[in-house]
Ligand binder design. Structure first.
Ligand SMILES: C[S@@+](CC[C@H](N)C(=O)[O-])C[C@H]1O[C@@H](n2cnc3c(N)ncnc32)[C@H](O)[C@@H]1O
Length: 233
């Protein structure tokens, strides 16, 4: 099929999928994504997608967190907001003195409790205040949320010293941060040359220092997975 036709087909398919999720509560959106395996063909009902499993993607991220945690920071408490199937969290949790995973999908949290020793909480971060921790991780979560929902999550975060945020970004030259989407299975990158940048408008996160500690090509063309480390002022 010619590329232009493929683009048109993708556009209408995306619009159809978006329309299914418009006005759904966040908990229902992500439960549906898991129940219907919309992030891929992993284990039914408990698969957070290739970004949570592909060794080329998660390997450099885990190394970056190992470097961050290092010998001096090994006593820090950590909170993982939107921990998903915990394939990534389980590999970095041993670097911290304590590690709590939380997710909006109850069945995902229940399965994690059966499989892993960390503590898990059912939390909808657009509604519930999260616990405080020295380090808060939010990995590949905000990219699926509308700007209104992201603003709620930022307001609901407990206290942190370090905030580590991983987001899928369009990697071409015409990058425009924070273009809005409907909360759902697609990341901002889908059909848009964008990605979430918390220190840019309209979020304007308050922080002391910001650095990119990991950047790897994601599983789709023209997209990178970028990890920001924010340090409190
Ligand atoms: C793509 S998965 C990423 C999972 C994990 N962070 C990782 O990197 O492997 C996104 C996760 O965020 C969760 N999530 C989305 N919105 C949330 C919210 N408002 N509160 C808590 N978890 C949320 C979803 O249920 C899903 O498990």
């Amino acid at each position: 099929m010619p590329k232009a036709l493929l683009e048109i087909r993708r556009h209408f398919l995306n619009r159809y999928i978006d329309s299914r999720f418009t006005a759904m509560p966040v908990q229902e959106v992500f439960s549906t994504i898991y129940n219907q395996n919309l992030w891929g063909d992993g284990e039914a009902g408990h698969y957070s997608g290739p970004g949570s499993h592909s060794p080329d993607i998660i390997g450099p991220y885990i190394e970056a967190i190992q470097e961050f945690a290092g010998p001096s920071k090994g006593q820090l408490s950590a909170l993982d907001v939107g921990c998903g199937d915990f394939n990534v969290g389980s590999q970095i949790a041993p670097l911290f003195a304590s590690y709590i995973g939380c997710d909006v999908v109850k069945s995902v949290v229940e399965t994690n409790r059966e499989r892993y020793e960390s503590e898990f909480l059912v939390i909808d971060a657009t509604k519930d205040k999260t616990p405080s921790a020295d380090v808060i991780f939010i990995r590949e979560v905000l990219q699926h949320l509308s700007n209104a929902d992201i603003s709620k999550v930022i307001r609901n975060l407990g206290e942190w010293k370090y905030l580590i945020v991983t987001e899928s970004h369009y990697s071409g030259i015409h990058f425009e941060p924070n273009l809005d989407i409907t909360t759902g299975p697609f990341a901002r990158r889908s059909g848009k040359q964008s990605g979430v940048v918390l220190h840019e408008h309209p979020f304007n996160l308050d922080y002391g220092r910001c650095e990119i500690i990991c950047e790897v090509p994601s599983n789709s063309a023209s997209k990178n997975l970028v990890t920001y480390l924010y340090t409190r002022a």
